[in-house]
Design a protein around this ligand. Structure first.
Ligand code: SF4
Length: 487
């Protein structure tokens, strides 16, 4: 396994997992090439926008309740600070946590600092962060500018830690390092496992680490029914909670794209077993996920009872939803594994998934297990998906595919992408809470929501009637992969 916890830097996904950002074809072809080690990245010769690792690292770290995050960067890299504050507050509302602004500072590197170095500014900002917030830990995320000028952030962090007697953690996540911005999740988790998590003093048989974003709390009830308790990480945890992650009986994750590195690191470093199963979306994935958790925790009997009672509860309504949704054509856009989970979910509702724009592809996860591979699970269980595009948020490719395929519904995970469905007059469903679709209840939640959206198309029809598409007919008549390099 390629996890080296001694190094301050995480190896980027392209090098560690062989991940790619360019592909167009069938999902089965992508799975087969991944298995056979024949996956090549088709490079985009034109790119409209990209995400940044730094943003993905920040979005996790900023939700630790008693920490401060310093972005060692020019102010432009902080343009998304307000988004983090917003998601922080949305999540706090969902979890009934008192509202509080995100604790985020920027060192505000200027042109002069890129010549003379930004070390002094960083030292001053660490002092300011400590004096202002008295945090239990400080995380320092880096940027293209601080990376290029070569500020010795690691040494400055070590010295501050010595002085302040709290962890001061260097998180190298410069945007230029990787085209796959989920590398930022890995960088944040690497820093946490390296500097925050402590060796277990005891093992807690009922505590399950749940690597998740900031969705609703559904696991207190679900796990409670099988005698287990969720330990939600990273959002809304405290430093003391993170220190004890090593004591858990197992680690589950909402999405392997998010948690692959952390789950594998906890297993490698502290022997916390990772539940290696497809994500718990759709009946079969949920069955496998819970059964694997039951096997690891010795709760097989309780899990079988939970599965039986949940299925008895949902099946009457599920059958009615399947009847109504049968044959409806959906197109999906989402980050990698959550997109695969949505495919399973919609197929289980009787819908056809005509295509997908997924932001990147990991041919394997850090645990190197076949069991948890989310796209393989979706294809093997529900059949192939044509028009499967690995498209790192390139709107022009998405619009091209949507315009050609004209699905009945467009399901998006990210706000910036959903607008394109509406502009084309396609009923569009945006869902940011990943727990909404999880488990047996998730099928009912999604099925009812999709029905609502299909039954009220006037909104998007009006938007389409009054908006001008920026793309020309020339582009809409090309193949979606026109700007992807050789196969
Ligand atoms: S770190 Fe680099 S890629 Fe990220 S926002 Fe700053 S300049 Fe842009």
């Amino acid at each position: 396994m390629s996890i080296n916890i001694k190094s301050p830097e995480v190896e980027i996904r392209e090098a560690r997992l062989g991940s790619i950002t360019g592909f167009y074809g069938n999902a089965s072809e992508l799975c087969n090439k991944s298995k056979e080690g024949r996956l090549c990245d088709r490079k985009h010769s034109f790119s409209q926008c990209l995400g940044c690792s730094s943003g993905n690292a920040l979005c996790q770290l900023v939700m630790i309740q008693d920490a401060v995050v310093i972005n060692h960067a020019p102010l432009g890299c902080s343009a998304d600070f307000s988004d983090f504050n917003f998601t922080n507050r949305v999540g706090q509302g969902k979890r009934n946590i008192p509202f509080r602004n995100a604790r985020l500072l920027s060192t505000n590197l200027t042109e002069k600092d890129t010549i003379y170095g930004g070390g002094e500014k960083l030292k001053n900002t660490i002092k300011e962060a400590y004096d202002r917030f008295k945090p239990n830990a400080i995380f320092i995320t880096t940027s293209c500018a601080s990376g290029i000028i070569g500020d010795d952030v690691d040494t400055i962090a070590e010295e501050a830690e010595e002085q302040l007697k709290i962890p001061v953690v260097y998180i190298p996540c410069e945007g230029f390092k990787s085209k796959i911005w989920t590398t930022g999740f890995d960088a944040a988790y690497h820093g946490i496992v390296r500097k925050i998590v402590k060796a277990p003093t005891k093992k807690r048989k009922d505590m399950i680490n749940v690597i998740n974003f900031w969705g609703s709390d559904i696991f207190t009830d679900l796990f409670g029914r099988i005698g287990l308790k969720p330990n939600y990480i990273i959002p809304f945890s405290t430093i003391a909670q993170l220190q004890k992650m090593s004591e858990a009986a197992a680690t589950v994750q909402i999405c392997p794209t998010l948690g692959t590195y952390l789950a594998a690191s906890l297993e490698q470093e502290y022997g916390v077993p990772e539940v290696k199963a497809p994500p718990a979306y759709g009946i079969q994935g949920t069955d496998k996920w819970f059964r694997e958790l039951g096997k690891i925790t010795g709760k097989e009997k309780e899990v079988e009872e939970l599965i039986k009672s949940e299925k008895e509860r949902i099946y009457p309504e599920l059958e009615k939803l399947r009847e109504k949704l049968k044959g409806k054509r959906a197109y999906i856009t989402a980050g990698a594994a959550h997109g695969h989970s949505l495919i399973s979910l919609l197929r289980d509702l009787g819908m056809e998934v005509v295509g997908a724009s997924i932001f990147h592809h990991d041919p394997c996860y850090d645990n190197r297990s076949q069991e948890g591979k989310s796209l393989d699970h979706a294809v093997e269980t529900y059949g192939d998906i044509n028009h499967f595009s690995i498209c790192n948020k390139q709107a022009y490719e998405l619009v091209n595919s949507l315009n050609k395929l004209k699905p009945d519904i467009f399901v998006a995970r990210h706000g910036g992408m959903s607008i394109w469905g509406a502009k084309l007059g396609i009923p569009t469903f945006l869902m940011g809470d990943e727990q909404f679709g999880l488990g047996y209840q998730g099928l009912l939640n999604y099925g009812n929501k999709v029905l609502d959206v299909l039954e009220t198309p006037e909104f998007v029809k009006n938007i389409a009637a009054h908006s001008k598409l920026v793309y020309t007919d020339w582009w809409l008549n090309q193949r979606p992969d026109t700007f992807l390099g050789g196969k």
